[in-house]
Write a protein that binds this ligand. Structure first.
Ligand SMILES: Nc1ncnc2c1ncn2[C@@H]1O[C@H](COP(=O)(O)OP(=O)(O)OP(=O)(O)O)[C@@H](O)[C@H]1O
Ligand SMILES: [Mg+2]
Length: 377
């Protein structure tokens, strides 16, 4: 599709009675609005820090598309627009069942938009927040599909840079569709980016990125490890009060083993997630195909153990959701806060010594009475 040249678009945004680009308030919808004389805006789908997403109709090909409009502050210079165009062009080369297809990109005045395959469904963030229980096989299937998608991108020399649940869409048949390839890299280069060295979301960023190094295959593996941790435990490994503390946690703090939060996580999966989260990039999986193979092997073993386990042996077994509800969240040491005090425990030796001291003092009282009444003076 027409990715090579930006087209100047009608100023459709100005047809709205409210500022639809910087919309924090009511969004007025004008169903006749067109972008690029081609995409008829249908409705607002959602907003993110970088962009606003609409469902639209491609009137030329008569199909639904998602139109992603970048926030004005990230598209303010010609240089940024060119960088963005380069990334969109690279992402448009990716053709994979687990990747959202980029159809087109364009410009409206100084505002940049991308036309994407529209995914009717949900995303992994909503899935994690709303699932009634954790189905290990389903989550492993998601993990395997995520690996396939990112591996395909890496084979095409594209690093995602911003792997996180909201960028992992799920279609109506629960197929994974990853989006926003390379977008964070462009945003990071914007003069208006909030943190001068920061790539991606602070909850998912690798230790080396937190130190200012550029993203790599290994940093995508780390971010995916955080997603897997969340997928199988329901919790993020690191939380903190500020972005700086969070970055320090990625750099310094050892994550709590996920199986301590969800006891149903087998050892192999526990080690796999922790290997993705190694501080040293060389200790992580080398590639997403290696990670995918390991996830597939965990899935295989789990299916074997589920089919081998007699039904009557597990009547009292908690569902994963129940076990997670009853388990503790990641311990506070994984939150990067002030050094904590170690919990108090009973010190039996001190108690015994204290008791002996009390007996000795108590024994002195009759001795003192004896001395008082019997010693003349
Ligand atoms: N191609 C698509 N089809 C359908 N929905 C989409 C599509 N792309 C994005 N969305 C939805 O649009 C919403 C906003 O996406 P966007 O990428 O702008 O922000 P985000 O990823 O949620 O957050 P942030 O920008 O802060 O990283 C999300 O809820 C996402 O599920
Ligand atoms: Mg996104």
């Amino acid at each position: 599709m027409a990715l090579n040249n930006f087209t100047t678009l009608p100023h459709f945004f100005h047809q709205y009675p409210y500022d639809i680009i910087n919309c924090n308030m009511t969004i007025a919808h004008n169903p006749t609005s067109m972008i690029g004389n081609r995409y008829e805006i249908n409705r607002l789908v959602g907003t993110g820090g970088m962009s606003i997403v609409y469902k639209a109709r491609d009137v030329v090909l008569d199909r639904d598309v998602a139109i992603k409009v970048l926030r004005q502050k990230y598209a303010s210079t010609e240089d940024m627009r060119l960088r963005f165009q380069q990334e969109a062009r690279a992402a448009a080369k990716l053709s994979h069942p687990n990747i959202v297809t980029v159809f087109d990109s364009g410009l409206d005045g100084t505002r940049i938009f991308i036309a994407l395959q529209y995914i009717e469904g949900s995303n992994l963030k909503t899935h994690i927040q709303t699932r009634p229980s954790i189905n290990m096989i389903t989550e492993l299937d998601y993990g395997i599909q995520i690996c396939r998608a990112i591996d395909h991108a890496h084979a095409n020399k594209i690093i995602h840079c911003d792997i996180k649940p909201s960028n992992i869409l799920l279609d109506e048949s629960n197929q994974v569709k990853i989006t926003d390839f390379g977008l964070a890299r462009v945003m990071q280069q914007s003069d208006n980016f909030d943190n001068e060295f920061f790539w991606g979301s602070p909850y998912y960023v690798s230790p080396e990125q937190a130190k200012g190094e550029p993203p790599s295959i290994a940093s995508d593996i780390y971010s995916c490890g955080i997603v897997l941790y969340q997928l199988f435990t329901g919790y993020l490994p690191f939380t903190a009060a500020t972005v700086d503390e969070l970055l320090q946690a990625h750099i310094q703090v050892t994550p709590q083993p996920p199986s301590e939060i969800n006891p149903d996580i087998p050892d192999t999966l526990n080690s796999l997630i922790l290997r993705c989260l190694e501080k040293d990039p060389r200790k992580r999986f080398r590639s997403f195909s290696q990670l995918r193979d390991n996830l597939a092997s965990v899935r295989h073993s789990l299916i074997l153990s589920l089919t081998a386990e007699p039904i009557e042996s597990k009547p009292n077994k908690l569902t994963l959701a129940e076990s997670i509800r009853t388990a503790n969240p990641p311990s506070s040491k994984h939150k990067y806060t002030l050094p904590e005090k170690t919990p108090k425990q009973f010190d039996w030796i001190s108690i015994l010594l204290g008791l002996l001291a009390t007996i000795a003092v108590a024994g002195l009282i009759p001795f003192w009475i004896y001395v008082y009444f019997n010693v003349p003076g």
